[in-house]
Design a protein around this ligand. Structure first.
Ligand code: UDP
Ligand code: MG
Length: 327
């Protein structure tokens, strides 16, 4: 023990074999100026990479004052679970999460640390531009944030990323959250605490391709909604109630206009139209029932989400004095 504060750098790795050595070298270089102030551990989580990432990670050398922890997950659990594995294993007074593809600029790290030292408990990296972002991703995420903030009680700042620093207090609370389908930044935002922001321009990916395909992103968006809001489950219920009101209102209108007043407006409503309104009414009832069922399912979901988030195959620690230990 040196009495210094400890800093954990957490980086999930999925099929980054071409860039990971470069990333590690650059990261260590930019952390060098902090080793006088902090004890530093870099935690790499191999998220079931199918390329040579694991062996590249195993051969990484710690540099002076910077230790490496390697967590090898038993399969690809997705970035969110990988980040959670890293956070759960962080021993730092603060943890900084950073993508291992080089898109999060290292030179911003000092700003995160400064804001943390000044009292922020969560420092969120907010992306200003992403030069190579496709139109679907760009507008998709815009719509997502709009909807998300409307439908849930949690506020996400558009462009906020997983490039963020969290204080020990936040780490301890984060670890207590057990739900399975999660979006890390959403949960951190849900936790609250003092927040500060660091604005940055994302670098282009140097190597490899984004592991987040459109399908994965869409899944992530759905997961976020479902885990932080039960609105999607209740949606059919709301539509059902609307249908019932519509059909009741129109039935009343038909009854009065056609049968009580003898069709003064000359609409001559046909039998099939009446059948139509009846169908609308019945569909309304079915959807309402489904929505009610959704309410119960959401309760069950909340109770039943206690499967482990990830499974670790092996944990290795390489300290800068080159002692390696396997847990
Ligand atoms: N990643 C991961 N598991 C996955 C997909 C991605 O750990 O299933 C990691 C990846 O190695 C990178 C980070 O998450 O460090 C961001 O991934 P990517 O660059 O594919 O996403 P984007 O930059 O498009 O958000
Ligand atoms: Mg990326």
């Amino acid at each position: 023990m040196t009495g210094l504060k400890t800093l954990s750098i957490i980086s999930p790795v999925y099929n980054e074999q071409d860039g990971i050595e470069w990333f590690h070298k650059e990261l260590c270089l930019s952390l060098k100026k902090f080793i006088k102030c902090y004890e530093i551990e870099i935690i790499y989580i191999n998220d079931g990479s199918s390329d040579g990432s694991l062996s590249k990670l195993q051969s990484l050398q710690p540099s002076n004052g910077i230790n490496i922890k390697l967590i090898d997950l038993s399969r690809n659990f997705g970035k969110e679970a990988a980040l959670s594995a890293g956070i759960a294993n962080a021993s730092g007074d603060a943890a900084l999460t950073i993508d291992s593809d080089g898109q999060h600029p290292f030179k911003q790290i000092s700003k995160f640390l400064k804001k943390w030292e000044d009292g922020a408990e969560v420092v969120v990296g907010v992306r200003r531009t992403n030069k190579k972002e496709g139109i679907v991703k760009k507008y998709g995420s815009k719509i997502f944030y709009k909807l998300f903030n409307k439908l849930t009680n949690t506020t996400l700042i558009p462009g906020s990323t997983d490039f963020r620093l969290i204080d020990r207090k936040v780490i301890d609370e984060f670890i207590k959250l057990e739900e399975r389908n999660r979006i890390t930044r959403g949960l951190i935002d849900w936790l609250g605490f003092n927040r500060e922001y660091v604005y940055f321009d994302a670098n282009e990916r140097q190597f490899g391709t984004a592991g987040y395909t459109f399908k994965k992103l869409a899944e992530l968006a759905v997961n976020t909604f479902v885990s932080l809001s039960a609105v999607p489950l209740f949606m059919s219920g709301y539509i059902g109630v609307l249908f019932i009101f519509l059909s009741l209102a129109s039935s009343l209108f038909i009854f009065i206009e056609q049968f009580l007043l003898g069709d003064p407006m000359h609409i001559a409503i046909s039998g099939s139209a009446i059948l139509g309104f009846l169908t609308l009414f019945l569909i309304g009832i079915v959807l309402t029932a489904q929505g009610l069922m959704g309410v119960y399912i959401s309760r069950l979901l909340a109770e039943g989400q206690n499967r482990p988030l990830y499974v670790i195959r092996k944990e290795t620690e390489v300290n800068s004095n080159l002692n390696s230990s396997i847990k």
